[in-house]
Each structure stands twice: as structure tokens, then as C-alpha cells.
Design a protein around this ligand. Structure first.
Ligand code: FES
Length: 260
């Protein structure tokens, strides 16, 4: 069973997710329970799937612990699962996605218990003498913008964002090399190349970005200073499409993809 949350940054929510997973692991019929994150936090959904898919399990159940559970998220989840399954020839266990929490018969009693419990909680009072805090201006010279426009979202921009943010922590990108900051953006322009990200200060556009492409961009461009030409698209003054990968050598994916 994989308990899927969107993101967590601090240690406390990670501990909380582990606690919930430990609870679920004790339920009858559950051989293993892990927590994971669709956007940012470790392990990512993909890493958790890798962990369980080669185990002795007949079914993997993904339980999204989020409200509201948007249909777009379930579509994205289904498409991502199909893509990850297609990347390997080894058979996968059956993967199922649990229904929306809000549709559960137990949702109403749960809300009632939460409301009843507020009587014991201290009230939130306005803070006296609130002082404005200052901010540091970041010294990092690099920026990565991950497009979260419509086409890129439909192509899995959230996964790309989550993977990049996890790598940012693991590879200490904020302090290594020239230092890298990351941010989400609205449409960056070349929607046909979705999912798209742009690396500054060069302004390099990367298209058709996958998790594997992120790993290369991190090591070769953000840390090594060298553009990863396999995924890069330069302005040409003409419309461009994604290049098709070379059948035997991905380094030679040279179909220029220009639309006349
Ligand atoms: S939606 Fe991402 S480039 Fe337009």
C-alpha cells in the first residue's frame, strides 16, 4: 500500500506520514505500507513504486491522501503509471488507485469528530506587537523555471518539479557550483515541447523533460556548466516539435523537429 501525499518539507510531516504508514502496515491483508509524495518530498511516488514493484506482492494500492482530489490529478497519475510501466519489460503487480477520501462513507463521522475535538484546542489569538522581518536577497546565480502551464501540467510538470526539488536537496544545489534556485512559472512559450523548463542565466530551454533528463541537467548543466544538447531547444525563428529519439543511440536524437 502506498500512501500518497503531495509534498512535505519539514521533518515533522515526514514523521507523521511514516506514523500513518506504520499504522496501515498493521491492517489485515497489508503486507507492506509506505508513504510517498507526488510533488516534493522523499521518497517520491516513483521511488516508492520501484521499492515495492519488484517485491512479492500481487497488488499495489495507491491511496491519495489529499483533498480535493482533482480529476486532473487522477488522470496524471494514471498516465504516469502507464508511462513508468512501459519503460520496463518486467511485469508489474496489479496497480489500483483508491477512491477519493471525500467519497468515503466514513468521511462525515470523521469531520464530526474533528469538529467535536476543536473544543479542546486553544483558540488562535492575534499576535501582540508583530514585527516585520527582513529577507535575504539570494546569492545564487542560477535559476530553473519549471513551466506549470496547461500543456506542461498535462505532460506531467508536477513530477518534473518534484523530481527537480528532490534532487535540489540531495545534490545541495543551492550551495554547490554557482548555486541554483528553482521556481514554478506560468507558460514559458514553446508548449509543443511540454514538459518544458528553462535554465538561467543562459536562458536554455529544455523540452520533453523526463526524470532522467532532470538528472542529466542537474549534473551536466547546473553543476557542470554544460548545456545538455539532447534535450535543449534553441530559438530558430520557426515552430519546433519534440525531436524523436534515435532508435539505437539516444545521443543522436537529431530529428530537428522543425515545422515548416
Ligand atoms: S504550457 Fe509549458 S510552455 Fe506553454
Amino acid at each position: 500500500m502506498l500512501l500518497l501525499a503531495k509534498s512535505a518539507f519539514a521533518a515533522a510531516p515526514h514523521r507523521e506520514m511514516r506514523r500513518i504508514a506504520d499504522m496501515v502496515a498493521l491492517m489485515p491483508g497489508v503486507a507492506k505500507a509506505l508513504h510517498c509524495f507526488s510533488e516534493q518530498g522523499a521518497p517520491s511516488l516513483r521511488d516508492a513504486l520501484e521499492d515495492v514493484r519488484s517485491g512479492p506482492y500481487s497488488d499495489i494500492i495507491i491511496v491519495p491522501l489529499m483533498l480535493p482530489l482533482e480529476p486532473g490529478f487522477v488522470n496524471w497519475l494514471t498516465r504516469s503509471l502507464r508511462r513508468w510501466q512501459a519503460e520496463t519489460s518486467k511485469p508489474w503487480p496489479m496497480v489500483r488507485i483508491a477512491r477519493d477520501i471525500a467519497q468515503s462513507l466514513h468521511f462525515e463521522p470523521l469531520l464530526a469528530a474533528l469538529v467535536a475535538g476543536t473544543a479542546a484546542e486553544p483558540p488562535v489569538l492575534p499576535e501582540a506587537g508583530h514585527k516585520l522581518e527582513g529577507s535575504l536577497v539570494p546569492a545564487q546565480k542560477r535559476r530553473v523555471l519549471v513551466c506549470e502551464g496547461g500543456a506542461c501540467n498535462a505532460a506531467g510538470a508536477d513530477v518534473i518539479w518534484g523530481h527537480l526539488r528532490n534532487r535540489q536537496v540531495q545534490c545541495k544545489l543551492r550551495v554547490k557550483g554557482d548555486g541554483t534556485m528553482t521556481a514554478k512559472s506560468t507558460c514559458l512559450g514553446p508548449c509543443s515541447l511540454a514538459p518544458v523548463l528553462q535554465v538561467f542565466p543562459e536562458g536554455t530551454y529544455y523540452g520533453g523533460v523526463s526524470e532522467a533528463a532532470i538528472d542529466r541537467i542537474v549534473h551536466e548543466h547546473l553543476l557542470g556548466g554544460k548545456v545538455v544538447s539532447e534535450f535543449a531547444y534553441a530559438p530558430t525563428g520557426r515552430k519546433q516539435q519534440l525531436r524523436r529519439p534515435h532508435p539505437t543511440n539516444p545521443e543522436k536524437s537529431q530529428n530537428p523537429g522543425e515545422v515548416k
